[in-house]
Design a protein around this ligand. Structure first.
Ligand SMILES: C[S@@+](CC[C@H](N)C(=O)[O-])C[C@H]1O[C@@H](n2cnc3c(N)ncnc32)[C@H](O)[C@@H]1O
Length: 274
């Protein structure tokens, strides 16, 4: 993965991809590690670059993910994938596939977009935020929200600690649905994470977070541009989805005032008790 970013705060550990959190004796943790070490079986036999017409990966339910941007020729998210929250929504080519790094179905795994930087936001309450130096076309992959993959119990403990101690909350819960089943993934970049940990919430966001699978069945929390983003803009996504509350930052105690400053601001940060 091509990721040259780092943290200014030397107490934080930079990782380019999510890793399992500290071990516990719980059965849930064992399942988490087992899933993390499992391999998605989807594979293609394409030489070099996947052929969109015949490639098995592109024909499968998790395929047909990216299209070439008409001006930049870089791969951007297929519009129909923008709202997917089911477990087969986006599956990229993986280490079992015979295609190469430049395959059009390898985007998130190749690392974040260039030109991101972290700075303090105008609103003190928001703290730091993630910004872009460059123009980013709609559908572009920005970066992963990477951190420690933790169990529900660990997530509750960490979030409770943050709330009690008035700290910012980084624990993110992703809910996915497949038929009648639903799956939760908890990621915490509080101490170990990537550049994605600095992305703030907005009630009128320019990005969206979407589950993307590469090698393991545990999804990467991938952030994509919802619209064209002009240079020096702050990168934002909605912490809770509009209707189903599929993506949530865990907040059991009260609700924080939202300082996104958008005309569409609801006044409060999203929350959900899980
Ligand atoms: C994932 S962190 C985002 C990065 C964080 N701002 C920092 O300085 O590291 C989430 C925290 O940022 C703050 N935050 C994010 N969006 C906000 C908003 N729209 N209004 C107020 N605070 C916000 C909240 O304290 C929230 O718990």
């Amino acid at each position: 993965m091509n990721d040259d970013y780092s943290h200014l705060d030397t107490t934080l550990i930079y990782i380019t991809e999510s890793i399992p959190g500290p071990p516990t004796d719980s059965p849930e943790y064992k399942i988490l590690v087992k899933n993390f070490n499992s391999q998605v079986t989807l594979e293609c036999n394409c030489a070099d670059i996947c052929d969109h017409e015949s490639c098995d990966c592109n024909k499968s339910p998790g395929g047909g993910n990216y299209i070439k941007h008409p001006i930049t020729y870089k791969m951007v998210l297929n519009q129909c994938k923008m709202t997917c929250t089911d477990t087969t929504s986006i599956i990229e080519c993986n280490s079992m596939c015979s295609c190469q790094d430049k395959c059009g179905n390898r985007v998130v795994q190749n690392g974040p977009v260039a030109g991101l930087y972290v700075k303090s936001c105008e609103s003190m309450e928001k703290g730091l935020g993630l910004f872009t130096k460059d123009h980013i076309p709609a559908g572009s992959f920005i970066c992963e929200y990477a951190g420690e993959i933790i169990t529900k119990d660990q997530a509750a403990l960490r979030q409770g600690y943050n709330a009690l101690n008035g700290k910012m909350n980084y624990v993110f819960c992703l809910n996915e649905h497949c038929d009648t089943n639903s799956f939760q993934t908890f990621v915490d970049p509080s101490f170990i994470g990537n550049i994605g940990r600095y992305i703030n919430h907005s009630c009128d966001p320019n990005c969206v977070i979407i589950p993307v699978r590469v090698n393991t069945p545990i999804p990467k929390l991938a952030i994509f541009a919802l619209k064209d983003i002009v240079p020096q803009s702050e990168i934002t996504f909605r912490y809770g989805s509009d209707n189903s509350k599929d993506f949530v930052f865990l907040t059991k105690v009260g609700r924080k005032k939202c300082c996104c400053n958008s005309p569409k601001c609801s006044g409060w940060m999203p929350y959900e008790v899980y």
